[in-house]
Design a protein. Structure first.
Length: 297
C-alpha cells in the first residue's frame, strides 16, 4: 500500500479521478502528462492492481481507484485548508479565505460585498467555490459558506442574517408582447423558464395547486445564472430574487399571488472561531448580506 511519502502520487490519482483523463489531470497538477502517467504506473505497481482501464468510453476507474476517492477528497481538502491556515499564521490577519456559495449568489450578490471587504482588508485573498450543492465545511472544503437553508451539522457556527424573496419576473418587452398573467392558469399559457433535471427540494414544497414538472418550461436549465440570462434576454418568465429583478429592470409577475422566502445563513466550522481573517469575513458577510436582504423594502 502507498505510504506517507506517496502523497505526491496520491494527488495525481485524485486529479485523474476528478478530471477523467491523464491530460486534464496533468493540467490540474501542473505536471507533464508523462510525469503524471508515471505516478499512476508507480501506484499500480505498489498496489499490485490496475487503477484505470481504457475503453471506448474513455478512461474508466477500477473499483480499487473508486475506493480511494472519498479518502483522497478528504486528504485534499485537509491539505488545502492547512495551506490557507499557514498563510494566515505567517501574515497575521492576512492570508486566504475560501468562500462557498450558490452560483447566483456568487455571481450576482457577492462581488460588491467582497470588493468592500478587500478594500478594508488588503492583506486577505479570497477564493470562491460556486455550486448549488452545499460544500462540506466539516472537512474544510471551504472556510465560510453562504447557505439558503439552516445548516444541520453541530460542528458549525451559523448565523441567520436575513431572508430573500423569490418571485416571478420578466422583461417589460416580454410583458408588452405577451401580457401579464393574473393567476396560475394564465401563467401556464406563457413561455416559462425553469429547471431541467435537478429540481431543488424546495420546488416540491411549493403549494401552487398543481405539480411542477419540467414539461412546464419552454427553456430548461439547472443553472440559475443561465435562467436569469434568459429572463434578461426576454425569453420568458422565470423566478429570481426581488433585488436582482429590480437591478436589471425586470417586471414582477403575480407578486400578490405567489412568492416564497429563502433564509440567508452564514456558516463556518467552530474550530475557526479564533482565526482573525475568518472572523473578519464572517462578520462582513453577515453585515452586508443582512443589509442586502432588506434593500428596497
Amino acid at each position: 500500500m502507498p505510504g506517507p511519502a506517496d502523497w505526491d502520487l496520491l494527488q495525481s490519482l485524485h486529479a485523474v479521478l476528478q478530471a477523467g483523463s491523464f491530460s486534464a489531470a496533468a493540467r490540474i497538477r501542473r505536471l507533464t502528462q508523462p510525469t503524471l502517467g508515471r505516478h499512476i504506473d508507480q501506484l499500480e505497481r505498489q498496489l499490485g492492481a490496475p487503477l484505470f482501464l481504457r475503453s471506448p468510453r474513455g478512461l474508466q476507474p477500477t473499483d480499487l481507484a473508486l475506493a480511494f476517492r472519498p479518502h483522497l477528497a478528504d486528504m485534499a481538502a485537509a491539505a488545502e485548508a492547512a495551506g490557507r491556515d499557514a498563510t494566515g499564521v505567517a501574515s497575521g490577519e492576512g492570508g486566504v479565505v475560501r468562500i462557498a456559495a450558490s452560483e447566483i449568489v456568487g455571481i450576482e450578490v457577492l462581488p460588491n460585498i467582497l470588493t468592500s471587504f478587500r478594500q478594508a482588508n488588503p492583506g486577505i485573498d479570497v477564493e470562491m467555490v460556486l455550486s448549488n450543492k452545499n460544500e462540506d465545511l466539516t472537512r474544510r472544503d471551504a472556510d465560510v459558506a453562504v447557505r439558503m437553508s439552516r445548516p444541520t451539522q453541530n460542528s458549525l457556527v451559523a448565523k441567520k442574517v436575513g431572508e430573500l424573496t423569490i418571485g416571478f419576473h420578466a422583461t417589460a418587452e416580454y410583458v408588452a408582447r405577451k401580457g401579464l398573467p393574473k393567476d396560475f392558469d394564465e401563467l401556464a399559457a406563457h413561455t416559462l423558464i425553469g429547471f431541467d433535471r435537478d429540481f431543488p427540494d424546495l420546488v416540491n414544497e411549493l403549494a401552487i395547486g398543481r405539480p411542477i414538472t419540467r414539461e412546464l418550461f419552454a427553456l430548461r436549465t439547472d443553472n440559475d445564472v443561465a435562467q436569469l440570462a434568459a429572463m434578461r434576454a426576454g425569453f420568458g418568465i422565470g423566478a429570481c430574487q426581488r433585488q436582482i429583478g429590480e437591478r436589471f429592470g425586470l417586471v414582477p409577475i403575480m407578486a400578490d399571488v405567489f412568492s416564497f422566502k429563502l433564509d440567508i445563513w452564514i456558516c463556518m466550522h467552530e474550530t475557526l472561531r479564533g482565526s482573525p481573517r475568518i472572523r473578519l469575513m464572517f462578520d462582513h458577510l453577515a453585515q452586508e448580506l443582512g443589509a442586502y436582504a432588506v434593500q428596497g423594502e
